[in-house]
Design a protein around this ligand. Structure first.
Ligand SMILES: C[S@@+](CC[C@H](N)C(=O)[O-])C[C@H]1O[C@@H](n2cnc3c(N)ncnc32)[C@H](O)[C@@H]1O
Length: 283
């Protein structure tokens, strides 16, 4: 049963129209967004969420956008256990996460598996913005990658990533590294990678040079994520592909965008885009 249906007898048609019908569930925590006019009804809405989703033990409200270097969201407790830590299960892997201290999105599950399925046996991978380790762990579990260097600048994310590496028994494949991926690559990961992941749309363009630096001299694959706006008659995927292509051409890099798609819609006419870029070498 959907939220609107559940609250049909309690809320007026106008209030029901304002209600966001979808929300994230991470482990046993539900995260809602409430329109201003319904903020005072948070507890009633949270109650309905818990009745529809019997495994939810805590309902939080996201009161601001994902922001800051660590990509965190401000959360307010609404109902149930007062906690922000949980364990989320995805593709048979377990991810322990504190939602107040680390970035986590359950919406990227298809994307994580899409990448894992491309990895060839023996590959060395650099994940430049690894968070609590979701992409890295799914890849370690579903491919025969040799080594995954998994970098994050948020010490809390790295702490949870280390716990998740143990929880999923991939200690021999993933190395968690705390730091700015730019500095980590310069100091210890130049020319090591067959594949580089850049799952931070806000910084990927600025950090593209360092992704190239991490790749082996023969080249490899970069999974590049970005946000793009698209007006009427505009294609956000083409806009990102053109922007990145211009930069790579100016750097005299030989490349081929082998795949591109909208990962998800993040706002009105705003999209998260992924490009898989096959780098074949530099002149
Ligand atoms: C959007 S999150 C993605 C996390 C993860 N890949 C996932 O899908 O759950 C981006 C992550 O990049 C980290 N970050 C931001 N700037 C960074 C930098 N310069 N170097 C390394 N990590 C960085 C943030 O702390 C955050 O955990």
């Amino acid at each position: 049963m959907r939220l609107r249906e559940k609250l049909a007898g309690t809320f007026s048609p106008n209030e029901l129209k304002m209600l966001y019908n979808s929300f994230d569930i991470v482990g046993d925590i539900a995260i809602l967004r409430l329109p201003k006019a319904l903020e005072s009804r948070g507890e009633v809405i949270a109650e309905a969420v818990m009745q529809i989703n019997k495994h939810v033990r805590t309902v939080l409200c996201q009161v601001g956008p994902v922001s800051g270097e660590h990509r965190l969201r401000e959360l307010k407790w609404l109902l149930g256990e007062k906690k922000t830590e949980t364990i989320h299960r995805e593709h048979g892997c377990l991810f322990k996460v504190d939602l107040a201290k680390c970035y986590f999105s359950p919406r990227l599950l298809y994307e994580r598996m899409r990448i894992a399925r491309q990895v060839n046996p023996g590959e060395v991978i650099v994940n430049m913005f690894a968070g609590v380790g979701c992409f890295s762990i799914i890849i370690a579990k579903y491919s025969r990658a040799r080594k995954i260097y998994s970098i994050d600048i948020n010490p809390d994310a790295v702490k949870y990533m280390q716990a998740n590496i143990v929880l999923n028994k991939v200690e021999d494949i993933i190395e968690a590294i705390e730091g700015d991926s730019k500095e980590v690559i310069i100091s210890k990961l130049k020319g090591v990678a067959d594949r580089v992941l850049m799952p931070l749309p806000e910084k990927a363009y600025e950090y593209l040079d360092y992704a190239l630096m991490a790749l082996k001299s023969a080249g490899g694959i970069i999974h590049y994520y970005d946000f793009e706006h698209a007006g009427k008659n505009e294609d956000p995927v083409a806009k990102v592909a053109e922007k990145v292509s211009r930069k790579l051409l100016s750097m005299k890099v030989n490349f081929n965008v082998t795949f591109a798609r909208i990962v998800r819609t993040v706002g009105p006419r705003w999209y998260q885009i992924v490009l898989d870029i096959f780098i074949t070498g530099k002149d």
